[in-house]
Design a protein around this ligand. Structure first.
Ligand code: HEC
Length: 434
């Protein structure tokens, strides 16, 4: 136990020690807001730090930014902002949606603040990026919009869990290219804590059968899913949509209206690769993981899932609840002797459901028979500031105060030939780079 405790502490704390030491050539001598700081904020901060978004203050113009200068320095030096909890010291570091700052950018912000946070010449400030409204479709105007029945959340009460069903209205098999869940309106965004969408078969009477095929997850702060251009997710014809929701009260009665927007490949076309997304690596073979987190301790749990076919891994997203702190994914390859490789580790903060989408040329390629090993750490000690009750044992379950430990993994299947060809192409690309 001691070792695990140290490990987690080391992994969590040392990020703060990686403060920029050497000021390199990339760091301007006298940075100003107009020329040096605004471009960083516009790329990595203002998608949240602008009016109507989740962050507490807007950081678009100098007048808004200046009072926060010290706090900004602190948050970027400790890498608390922008939220990106991937451990930078090991594993793959090449992702599609990485907003994190380089060491040089952090140094630039630090020296700007230390110099009194000057504005520079206002005329040099670039135009802030333009944003679509908060509940706009990120996937373009969808081919189909599925509207779930309205659920009215009372002003106060316990967290609500359940299912809503509705027709999708697609009779033949189609392949999904992009999909997004969208609570409609600001209030709905506040009450919808979390929602999973599934496609379920219906019986002769039109009633839903079984849990269905997982389509997409919505959690506050989470983006739409846009699959790689040559892949698609099969939506069987005639299925219904099921929304498995987790709602919470916000002090006033609120209609939780949720829509599912879907874009398809043209009728009759099949993608080169079928895309999957699943909850994998829960301990003891259970989807959400069987967990035993003693009072006051840090507990480690391990789960394993075997890939029967070769695959390209496209996405990794740790999933735990309030006590979740850190998760690693590892592949155990079907070689003799067996070889294992840590792919990524990431810190975990329940307020942020971060998904890490691998860059195309870095997405892990695994041969058939590879085992995914997921390790999750839950911190039930009093040192965990998010822990409201370190005196109680915690186990697995669906409520926010219960725990879960698994990874959402996105992948596309490859044939053995495709796998060999992809591995060879990667090796060749590396040769030409050198
Ligand atoms: C994904 C959304 C998101 C991004 C991107 C983001 N922030 Fe934040 N930021 C938040 C939220 C939400 C909070 C308040 C909760 C918290 O502190 O975690 C916050 C809090 C802060 C605070 C502390 C405010 C306070 O009340 O003390 C600072 C400073 C800050 N952010 C700066 C930045 C900077 C600088 C960047 C870019 C380098 C950035 N943030 C990127 C969402 C974001």
């Amino acid at each position: 136990m001691r070792i695990t405790t140290c490990l987690v502490a080391l992994l969590l704390c040392s990020a703060a020690l990686l403060l920029p030491g050497n000021v390199s050539a990339q760091v301007p001598e006298e940075p100003t807001f107009a020329t040096d700081i605004a471009p960083i904020l516009y790329r990595s901060c203002v998608n949240c730090h602008r009016p109507g978004q989740i962050a507490p203050m807007s950081l678009i113009n100098y007048r808004e930014v200046r009072p926060w200068a010290r706090s900004i320095k602190n948050k970027v030096e400790t890498r608390a902002m922008p939220p990106w909890h991937l451990d930078r010291r090991l594993g793959i570091q090449s992702f599609k949606n990485d907003p994190s700052l380089t060491d040089d950018e952090i140094s630039t912000i630090s020296s700007w603040v230390d110099n009194g946070a000057p504005q520079g010449n206002p005329a040099d400030t670039p135009m802030p990026p333009e944003f679509a409204p908060a509940d706009a479709w990120q996937i373009g105007e969808p081919d189909v919009v599925v509207t779930f029945p309205t659920y009215t959340v009372p002003a106060a009460g316990p967290d609500l869990f359940g299912d809503l069903f509705t027709e999708i209205g697609i009779e033949e098999d189609r392949y999904i290219t992009s999909i997004q869940t969208r609570p409609v309106g600001d209030k709905a965004r506040e009450v919808v804590h979390h929602a999973l969408s599934y496609a379920v078969e219906t019986d002769d009477a039109g009633d839903s059968m079984g849990g269905g095929l997982f389509l997409v997850e919505y959690a506050s702060g989470k983006q739409a899913e846009i699959y790689p251009p040559d892949s698609g997710l099969l939506l069987p014809g005639g299925t219904q949509a099921r929304l498995s929701y987790h709602l919470h009260s916000i002090g006033e009665e609120t209609d939780a209206n949720v829509e599912l927007g879907i874009n398809f490949l043209p009728k009759g076309t099949e993608p080169k690769h079928i895309r999957y997304s699943s909850q994998l690596g829960g301990s003891q073979g259970q989807t959400i993981g069987v967990l035993d987190v003693p009072a006051g301790e840090i507990a480690r749990s391990d789960g394993y899932t075997r890939f029967n076919k070769a695959a390209r891994i496209t996405m990794f997203q740790p999933h735990m609840h309030m006590l979740g702190k850190y998760q690693c994914i590892e592949f155990i390859y079907p070689t003799q002797p067996v070889r294992a490789e840590t792919v990524n580790c990431a810190g975990f903060d329940y307020n942020w459901h971060m998904n890490y989408n691998y860059a195309d040329d870095a997405a892990p390629l695994i041969p058939a028979g590879t085992i995914l090993h997921v390790t999750s750490w839950h911190d039930n000690s009093s040192a965990n500031r998010g822990n409201i009750d370190p005196k109680n044992w915690v186990g697995s379950g669906g409520r926010t105060i219960d725990e879960m430990g698994f990874a959402w993994i996105g992948w596309t299947d490859l044939s053995d030939e495709e796998y060999e060809a992809e591995v060879a192409a990667r090796a060749k690309a590396r040769e030409t780079d050198d």
